[in-house]
Design a binder for this molecule. Sequence first.
Ligand code: NAP
Length: 251
Amino acid sequence: MDLKNKVVVIAGATGGIGREITKAFAKEKVNLVLVARRKVILDSLKQETEKLGAKVDVFECDLTKSGSVEKFVSVLNKDHKQVDVLINAAGVGVYKPLPEIKLDEWQRSLEVNVTAPFLLIQKLLPLLKKSQKACVLSTGSGMGRVAMAKRSAYCTSKFALRGLMLSLAKEYKKTNIQFCHLTLGSVLTAFGPLSLEDKLASQKKGKKYLDPSWLAHTIVAKIKNDTLEDEVTIYPSHYFAESKKGKTALK
Ligand SMILES: NC(=O)c1ccc[n+]([C@@H]2O[C@H](COP(=O)([O-])OP(=O)(O)OC[C@H]3O[C@@H](n4cnc5c(N)ncnc54)[C@H](OP(=O)(O)O)[C@@H]3O)[C@@H](O)[C@H]2O)c1
């Protein structure tokens, strides 16, 4: 896909992965539409990425609120005739044993990780259909393929997201829209219960993480070179070592 001037919507643009994907797309001189709740970060990302040559619109939007999503979609419809790329990179990670999961944490896990991508894809479908060749990519997890103890809320949401994306990949196979489920291992961001500092400390002790900037450039290159598949799996090397110990057995 020739990315220049394409309309690229990034949900979760303020996150560790979303921010790097935003910057990697900005270098391709696209029209960016950045979506998340934290307006201050959205505004600073806009400033940074406009310097790289992108046109940038930002939308403060809570993806768990259908009214907020409706408002975003209606403005998008006024401003753009089509959407070429939708990246679902918003997510929450509730890592807790069953008795400790509060109902609102369970609901938020499903709302942000599954219902929001569903709603965005459904609402943006008419604009995606207008693109010559569109692509929708959602950031799934290895925990959407392999169940893990004390991760039931997160695993449930990521198994469901994978089901959504792989079903849509089949449903839209012979159309202009390509769906891709990105199955990811650990990435060096502040996602989940551990802070970035905690993860940097673990990294020093040998734990392997994917670099979010490298990841972002890999994703953008795949979209640009038309090498995306229904599912793209990217794990840091240690996943396979752990799988041999039976911790995260990958089938
Ligand atoms: N990091 C990892 O190790 C890893 C591994 C596998 C998969 N993933 C997946 O990759 C995605 C991004 O992860 P990350 O590492 O970038 O996490 P992150 O740094 O914690 O970012 C999370 C993003 O989600 C957005 N978000 C959360 N709740 C929202 C809501 N109600 N409305 C709108 N936006 C919301 C946040 O934006 P605001 O707070 O500004 O709203 C932020 O942009 C997630 O889906 C995660 O499951 C991550």
